[in-house]
Write a protein that binds this ligand. Structure first.
Ligand SMILES: Nc1ncnc2c1ncn2[C@@H]1O[C@H](COP(=O)(O)OP(=O)(O)OP(=O)(O)O)[C@@H](O)[C@H]1O
Ligand SMILES: [Mg+2]
Length: 353
Protein backbone atom coordinates (compact mmCIF):
# COMPACT_ATOMS: atom_id res chain seq x y z
CA UNK A 1 0.00 0.00 0.00
CA UNK A 2 1.12 3.54 -0.56
CA UNK A 3 0.04 6.55 1.38
CA UNK A 4 -2.07 9.03 -0.50
CA UNK A 5 0.02 11.83 0.86
CA UNK A 6 3.39 10.87 2.37
CA UNK A 7 4.85 13.19 5.02
CA UNK A 8 7.45 15.66 3.79
CA UNK A 9 10.28 13.80 5.54
CA UNK A 10 9.36 10.63 3.63
CA UNK A 11 8.62 12.21 0.30
CA UNK A 12 11.82 14.24 0.33
CA UNK A 13 13.94 11.72 2.22
CA UNK A 14 16.60 11.66 -0.49
CA UNK A 15 16.95 15.42 -0.62
CA UNK A 16 17.18 15.60 3.15
CA UNK A 17 19.82 12.87 3.25
CA UNK A 18 21.86 14.57 0.52
CA UNK A 19 21.73 17.88 2.37
CA UNK A 20 22.75 16.26 5.64
CA UNK A 21 25.68 14.50 3.96
CA UNK A 22 27.08 17.74 2.51
CA UNK A 23 26.30 19.90 5.52
CA UNK A 24 29.49 20.92 7.31
CA UNK A 25 28.12 23.98 9.08
CA UNK A 26 27.30 23.86 12.75
CA UNK A 27 23.89 22.56 13.73
CA UNK A 28 21.93 23.88 16.68
CA UNK A 29 21.52 21.19 19.37
CA UNK A 30 18.91 18.64 18.37
CA UNK A 31 18.80 19.78 14.73
CA UNK A 32 19.30 17.41 11.80
CA UNK A 33 20.61 20.17 9.55
CA UNK A 34 22.31 23.55 9.87
CA UNK A 35 20.04 26.59 9.51
CA UNK A 36 21.69 27.29 6.14
CA UNK A 37 20.86 23.81 4.87
CA UNK A 38 17.27 24.11 6.10
CA UNK A 39 16.85 27.26 4.02
CA UNK A 40 18.39 25.50 1.01
CA UNK A 41 15.91 22.66 1.50
CA UNK A 42 13.02 25.15 1.49
CA UNK A 43 14.12 27.27 -1.46
CA UNK A 44 15.99 24.70 -3.52
CA UNK A 45 19.51 24.96 -4.94
CA UNK A 46 18.72 25.04 -8.64
CA UNK A 47 19.78 21.39 -8.89
CA UNK A 48 18.88 18.27 -6.94
CA UNK A 49 17.12 20.15 -4.16
CA UNK A 50 13.71 21.24 -5.45
CA UNK A 51 12.12 24.47 -4.23
CA UNK A 52 9.26 23.97 -1.80
CA UNK A 53 8.60 27.58 -0.92
CA UNK A 54 8.68 30.13 -3.72
CA UNK A 55 9.24 33.60 -2.35
CA UNK A 56 11.55 35.69 -0.23
CA UNK A 57 14.72 34.00 1.03
CA UNK A 58 14.98 36.55 3.82
CA UNK A 59 11.60 35.54 5.26
CA UNK A 60 12.68 31.91 5.41
CA UNK A 61 16.00 32.91 7.02
CA UNK A 62 14.15 34.85 9.70
CA UNK A 63 11.81 31.89 10.31
CA UNK A 64 14.65 29.38 10.58
CA UNK A 65 16.80 31.67 12.75
CA UNK A 66 13.87 32.14 15.13
CA UNK A 67 13.58 28.40 15.64
CA UNK A 68 17.21 28.28 16.69
CA UNK A 69 16.45 30.71 19.56
CA UNK A 70 14.24 30.26 22.60
CA UNK A 71 11.35 32.00 20.88
CA UNK A 72 8.65 30.14 19.00
CA UNK A 73 7.60 30.90 15.42
CA UNK A 74 4.20 32.20 14.37
CA UNK A 75 3.44 32.06 10.65
CA UNK A 76 0.72 34.54 9.87
CA UNK A 77 -1.03 35.33 6.60
CA UNK A 78 -4.20 35.25 4.55
CA UNK A 79 -5.51 31.82 3.50
CA UNK A 80 -3.46 29.88 0.98
CA UNK A 81 -0.11 31.59 1.54
CA UNK A 82 1.68 28.31 2.37
CA UNK A 83 1.71 28.67 6.17
CA UNK A 84 0.89 25.01 6.76
CA UNK A 85 3.14 23.94 3.91
CA UNK A 86 6.15 25.87 5.24
CA UNK A 87 5.52 24.67 8.78
CA UNK A 88 5.51 21.03 7.66
CA UNK A 89 8.73 21.42 5.69
CA UNK A 90 10.49 23.26 8.52
CA UNK A 91 9.62 20.49 10.97
CA UNK A 92 10.69 17.82 8.48
CA UNK A 93 14.05 19.48 7.80
CA UNK A 94 14.87 20.41 11.39
CA UNK A 95 13.56 17.40 13.33
CA UNK A 96 13.00 14.79 10.63
CA UNK A 97 9.41 14.56 11.89
CA UNK A 98 6.52 16.76 10.78
CA UNK A 99 3.82 14.69 12.47
CA UNK A 100 3.82 16.21 15.97
CA UNK A 101 0.79 18.25 15.08
CA UNK A 102 -2.10 19.81 16.97
CA UNK A 103 -4.97 20.98 14.79
CA UNK A 104 -6.46 24.04 16.44
CA UNK A 105 -10.24 24.35 16.49
CA UNK A 106 -12.78 26.00 18.74
CA UNK A 107 -13.09 22.61 20.46
CA UNK A 108 -9.39 21.92 21.04
CA UNK A 109 -9.09 20.76 24.66
CA UNK A 110 -6.17 21.39 26.96
CA UNK A 111 -5.25 17.69 26.70
CA UNK A 112 -4.29 18.29 23.07
CA UNK A 113 -1.52 20.62 24.23
CA UNK A 114 -0.62 19.08 27.60
CA UNK A 115 -1.55 15.45 28.23
CA UNK A 116 -4.53 13.24 28.86
CA UNK A 117 -5.11 9.90 30.54
CA UNK A 118 -5.89 6.41 29.45
CA UNK A 119 -8.89 6.05 31.73
CA UNK A 120 -8.94 2.24 31.81
CA UNK A 121 -5.38 2.23 33.14
CA UNK A 122 -5.97 5.22 35.34
CA UNK A 123 -8.85 3.42 37.05
CA UNK A 124 -7.03 0.11 37.27
CA UNK A 125 -3.60 1.35 38.37
CA UNK A 126 -4.06 4.91 39.49
CA UNK A 127 -1.99 7.70 37.95
CA UNK A 128 1.22 6.27 36.52
CA UNK A 129 3.50 7.24 33.66
CA UNK A 130 2.00 4.36 31.67
CA UNK A 131 -1.50 5.78 32.06
CA UNK A 132 -0.46 9.20 30.82
CA UNK A 133 -1.27 10.00 27.19
CA UNK A 134 1.17 12.62 25.97
CA UNK A 135 0.06 15.33 23.54
CA UNK A 136 2.10 15.94 20.38
CA UNK A 137 3.61 18.95 22.16
CA UNK A 138 4.68 16.84 25.10
CA UNK A 139 6.22 14.26 22.79
CA UNK A 140 8.12 17.01 21.00
CA UNK A 141 9.43 18.24 24.36
CA UNK A 142 10.58 14.75 25.32
CA UNK A 143 12.32 14.09 22.02
CA UNK A 144 13.68 17.56 21.35
CA UNK A 145 11.64 18.06 18.20
CA UNK A 146 9.47 20.73 16.59
CA UNK A 147 5.77 20.68 17.52
CA UNK A 148 3.26 22.28 15.17
CA UNK A 149 0.07 24.02 16.22
CA UNK A 150 -2.25 24.77 13.32
CA UNK A 151 -4.70 27.67 13.44
CA UNK A 152 -3.64 28.80 16.90
CA UNK A 153 -6.09 31.72 17.02
CA UNK A 154 -9.05 29.36 16.72
CA UNK A 155 -8.08 27.66 19.98
CA UNK A 156 -9.99 28.97 23.03
CA UNK A 157 -7.83 31.43 24.97
CA UNK A 158 -7.61 29.40 28.20
CA UNK A 159 -6.29 26.47 26.16
CA UNK A 160 -3.83 28.73 24.34
CA UNK A 161 -2.52 29.76 27.71
CA UNK A 162 -1.34 26.21 28.35
CA UNK A 163 1.42 27.04 25.88
CA UNK A 164 2.73 29.94 27.96
CA UNK A 165 4.47 27.84 30.63
CA UNK A 166 5.74 25.45 28.02
CA UNK A 167 7.28 28.24 25.96
CA UNK A 168 8.66 30.33 28.79
CA UNK A 169 9.74 27.64 31.28
CA UNK A 170 10.41 24.88 28.71
CA UNK A 171 8.85 22.48 31.14
CA UNK A 172 5.46 20.94 31.71
CA UNK A 173 4.47 20.09 35.28
CA UNK A 174 2.54 16.86 35.80
CA UNK A 175 1.14 17.37 39.30
CA UNK A 176 -0.71 14.03 39.27
CA UNK A 177 2.63 12.23 39.13
CA UNK A 178 4.41 14.83 41.19
CA UNK A 179 6.88 15.38 38.38
CA UNK A 180 7.56 17.47 35.32
CA UNK A 181 8.67 16.95 31.74
CA UNK A 182 11.59 19.10 30.72
CA UNK A 183 11.95 20.02 27.09
CA UNK A 184 15.03 18.55 25.45
CA UNK A 185 17.26 20.69 23.27
CA UNK A 186 15.86 21.00 19.78
CA UNK A 187 12.31 21.50 21.03
CA UNK A 188 10.38 24.45 19.68
CA UNK A 189 6.91 25.31 18.40
CA UNK A 190 5.68 26.52 15.02
CA UNK A 191 2.16 27.91 15.07
CA UNK A 192 0.13 29.08 12.11
CA UNK A 193 -2.73 31.56 12.14
CA UNK A 194 -4.98 33.07 9.59
CA UNK A 195 -5.16 36.83 9.16
CA UNK A 196 -8.84 36.64 8.40
CA UNK A 197 -9.61 34.80 11.64
CA UNK A 198 -8.07 37.54 13.71
CA UNK A 199 -10.31 38.48 16.57
CA UNK A 200 -11.81 35.01 16.84
CA UNK A 201 -9.55 34.32 19.78
CA UNK A 202 -6.83 36.94 19.63
CA UNK A 203 -3.57 35.74 21.05
CA UNK A 204 -3.09 37.02 24.55
CA UNK A 205 -0.22 39.47 24.76
CA UNK A 206 1.57 37.10 27.14
CA UNK A 207 1.54 34.41 24.48
CA UNK A 208 2.30 36.76 21.61
CA UNK A 209 5.48 37.90 23.36
CA UNK A 210 6.78 34.36 23.19
CA UNK A 211 6.47 34.20 19.43
CA UNK A 212 8.34 35.85 16.60
CA UNK A 213 5.85 36.52 13.85
CA UNK A 214 6.66 35.98 10.18
CA UNK A 215 3.98 37.20 7.80
CA UNK A 216 3.76 35.15 4.61
CA UNK A 217 2.60 37.43 1.76
CA UNK A 218 0.57 36.62 -1.32
CA UNK A 219 2.93 36.16 -4.28
CA UNK A 220 4.30 39.56 -5.26
CA UNK A 221 4.41 39.19 -9.03
CA UNK A 222 2.53 37.38 -11.76
CA UNK A 223 5.61 35.35 -12.68
CA UNK A 224 6.15 34.22 -9.10
CA UNK A 225 2.55 33.08 -8.77
CA UNK A 226 2.66 31.34 -12.15
CA UNK A 227 5.80 29.55 -11.01
CA UNK A 228 4.14 28.37 -7.78
CA UNK A 229 1.00 27.14 -9.52
CA UNK A 230 2.88 25.37 -12.32
CA UNK A 231 5.20 23.58 -9.92
CA UNK A 232 2.53 22.47 -7.48
CA UNK A 233 0.17 21.34 -10.22
CA UNK A 234 2.92 19.20 -11.73
CA UNK A 235 3.71 17.65 -8.33
CA UNK A 236 0.08 17.02 -7.50
CA UNK A 237 -0.61 15.57 -10.94
CA UNK A 238 2.25 13.13 -10.42
CA UNK A 239 1.16 12.08 -6.95
CA UNK A 240 -2.44 11.57 -8.10
CA UNK A 241 -1.16 9.59 -11.08
CA UNK A 242 -3.23 11.67 -13.46
CA UNK A 243 -2.76 10.56 -17.05
CA UNK A 244 -0.25 12.76 -18.82
CA UNK A 245 -1.87 15.98 -20.03
CA UNK A 246 -0.17 18.40 -22.33
CA UNK A 247 1.21 21.02 -20.02
CA UNK A 248 -1.07 23.84 -20.88
CA UNK A 249 0.90 26.82 -19.75
CA UNK A 250 -1.45 29.19 -21.56
CA UNK A 251 -4.45 27.93 -19.62
CA UNK A 252 -2.56 28.16 -16.32
CA UNK A 253 -1.56 31.71 -17.20
CA UNK A 254 -5.17 32.55 -17.71
CA UNK A 255 -6.22 31.12 -14.34
CA UNK A 256 -3.46 33.06 -12.57
CA UNK A 257 -4.42 36.24 -14.42
CA UNK A 258 -8.07 35.97 -13.39
CA UNK A 259 -7.14 35.24 -9.77
CA UNK A 260 -4.68 38.13 -9.55
CA UNK A 261 -6.97 40.63 -11.23
CA UNK A 262 -9.96 39.87 -9.04
CA UNK A 263 -7.83 39.75 -5.90
CA UNK A 264 -6.16 43.08 -6.56
CA UNK A 265 -9.28 44.81 -7.87
CA UNK A 266 -7.77 45.96 -11.14
CA UNK A 267 -6.75 44.56 -14.51
CA UNK A 268 -3.16 43.56 -15.20
CA UNK A 269 -2.51 46.72 -17.19
CA UNK A 270 -3.97 48.75 -14.28
CA UNK A 271 -6.39 50.45 -16.70
CA UNK A 272 -9.68 49.10 -15.35
CA UNK A 273 -10.80 49.05 -11.72
CA UNK A 274 -12.68 45.92 -10.68
CA UNK A 275 -14.78 44.90 -7.74
CA UNK A 276 -13.23 42.10 -5.67
CA UNK A 277 -15.25 39.06 -4.66
CA UNK A 278 -15.81 38.19 -0.98
CA UNK A 279 -13.59 35.07 -1.18
CA UNK A 280 -9.81 35.25 -0.93
CA UNK A 281 -8.91 34.07 -4.45
CA UNK A 282 -5.82 32.43 -2.95
CA UNK A 283 -2.97 30.78 -4.77
CA UNK A 284 -4.03 27.53 -3.14
CA UNK A 285 -7.41 27.79 -4.85
CA UNK A 286 -5.78 28.56 -8.18
CA UNK A 287 -3.75 25.38 -7.77
CA UNK A 288 -6.85 23.32 -7.13
CA UNK A 289 -8.74 24.88 -10.06
CA UNK A 290 -5.96 23.82 -12.42
CA UNK A 291 -5.59 20.37 -10.84
CA UNK A 292 -9.33 19.73 -11.17
CA UNK A 293 -9.19 20.97 -14.74
CA UNK A 294 -6.40 18.52 -15.51
CA UNK A 295 -8.45 15.66 -14.08
CA UNK A 296 -11.38 16.68 -16.28
CA UNK A 297 -9.18 16.98 -19.36
CA UNK A 298 -7.44 13.69 -18.68
CA UNK A 299 -10.50 11.58 -17.92
CA UNK A 300 -13.28 13.22 -19.91
CA UNK A 301 -11.54 15.36 -22.51
CA UNK A 302 -8.82 14.81 -25.06
CA UNK A 303 -5.99 15.20 -22.56
CA UNK A 304 -5.43 18.85 -23.34
CA UNK A 305 -6.33 21.37 -20.65
CA UNK A 306 -8.83 23.78 -22.18
CA UNK A 307 -10.90 26.77 -21.11
CA UNK A 308 -13.93 24.57 -20.47
CA UNK A 309 -11.96 22.48 -17.96
CA UNK A 310 -11.05 25.41 -15.73
CA UNK A 311 -14.09 27.65 -16.19
CA UNK A 312 -16.43 26.02 -13.68
CA UNK A 313 -13.64 25.77 -11.11
CA UNK A 314 -12.93 29.48 -11.46
CA UNK A 315 -16.60 30.38 -11.18
CA UNK A 316 -16.79 28.25 -8.02
CA UNK A 317 -13.81 30.07 -6.49
CA UNK A 318 -15.21 33.49 -7.30
CA UNK A 319 -18.82 33.00 -6.32
CA UNK A 320 -18.82 32.32 -2.58
CA UNK A 321 -21.66 34.72 -1.86
CA UNK A 322 -24.44 33.88 -4.32
CA UNK A 323 -25.67 37.46 -4.59
CA UNK A 324 -22.83 39.97 -4.41
CA UNK A 325 -20.15 37.75 -5.98
CA UNK A 326 -22.39 36.96 -8.92
CA UNK A 327 -22.55 40.66 -9.71
CA UNK A 328 -18.77 40.98 -9.44
CA UNK A 329 -18.24 38.01 -11.75
CA UNK A 330 -20.80 39.14 -14.33
CA UNK A 331 -19.19 42.55 -14.50
CA UNK A 332 -15.70 41.09 -14.89
CA UNK A 333 -16.90 38.74 -17.64
CA UNK A 334 -18.65 41.44 -19.64
CA UNK A 335 -16.17 44.28 -19.26
CA UNK A 336 -12.83 42.46 -19.22
CA UNK A 337 -13.03 38.87 -20.45
CA UNK A 338 -15.31 39.55 -23.40
CA UNK A 339 -13.09 42.25 -24.87
CA UNK A 340 -9.77 40.51 -24.34
CA UNK A 341 -8.11 39.21 -27.52
CA UNK A 342 -7.76 35.42 -27.52
CA UNK A 343 -10.16 34.93 -24.61
CA UNK A 344 -13.32 34.16 -26.59
CA UNK A 345 -13.20 30.44 -25.72
CA UNK A 346 -12.92 31.24 -22.05
CA UNK A 347 -15.72 33.80 -22.25
CA UNK A 348 -18.04 31.22 -23.77
CA UNK A 349 -17.05 28.49 -21.31
CA UNK A 350 -17.46 30.81 -18.33
CA UNK A 351 -20.90 31.93 -19.46
CA UNK A 352 -21.99 28.31 -19.79
CA UNK A 353 -20.54 27.32 -16.43
N1 LIG B 1 4.79 30.92 -1.94
C1 LIG B 1 4.45 29.65 -2.15
N2 LIG B 1 5.40 28.73 -2.44
C2 LIG B 1 5.07 27.43 -2.65
N3 LIG B 1 3.82 26.94 -2.55
C3 LIG B 1 2.84 27.80 -2.25
C4 LIG B 1 3.10 29.20 -2.04
N4 LIG B 1 1.92 29.81 -1.78
C5 LIG B 1 0.98 28.86 -1.80
N5 LIG B 1 1.51 27.64 -2.08
C6 LIG B 1 0.79 26.37 -2.19
O1 LIG B 1 -0.54 26.58 -1.78
C7 LIG B 1 -1.04 25.41 -1.15
C8 LIG B 1 -1.79 25.80 0.11
O2 LIG B 1 -0.91 26.19 1.09
P1 LIG B 1 -1.24 26.03 2.65
O3 LIG B 1 -2.29 25.01 2.87
O4 LIG B 1 0.05 25.87 3.35
O5 LIG B 1 -1.87 27.46 2.95
P2 LIG B 1 -2.20 28.11 4.35
O6 LIG B 1 -1.51 29.42 4.36
O7 LIG B 1 -1.94 27.16 5.46
O8 LIG B 1 -3.76 28.37 4.18
P3 LIG B 1 -4.93 28.33 5.28
O9 LIG B 1 -4.89 29.67 5.98
O10 LIG B 1 -6.16 28.18 4.43
O11 LIG B 1 -4.66 27.20 6.20
C9 LIG B 1 0.11 24.48 -0.94
O12 LIG B 1 -0.03 23.44 -1.86
C10 LIG B 1 1.33 25.30 -1.28
O13 LIG B 1 2.26 24.52 -1.95
MG1 LIG C 1 -3.13 26.18 6.85
Amino acid sequence: MTALRPHAEEFYAEELAALAADDDRSRPPGWRLSPQAVVTYLLGDGGKITPKYVGSRRLMEVAVATLATDRALLLLGVPGTAKTWVSEHLAAAISGDSTLLVQGTAGTPEEAIRYGWNYARLLAEGPSPAALVPSPVLRAMETGAIARVEELTRVPSDVQDALITILSEKTLPVPELNTEVQAQRGFNVIATANDRDRGVNELSSALRRRFNTVVLPVPATFDEELDIVTRRVAQLGRSLDLPETTTALDEIRRVVTVFRELRSGQTDDARTKLKSPTGTMSTAEAISVVTNGMALAAHFGDGVLRAGDVASGIVGSVIKDPVSDRVVWREYLETVVRERPGWADFYRAARDA
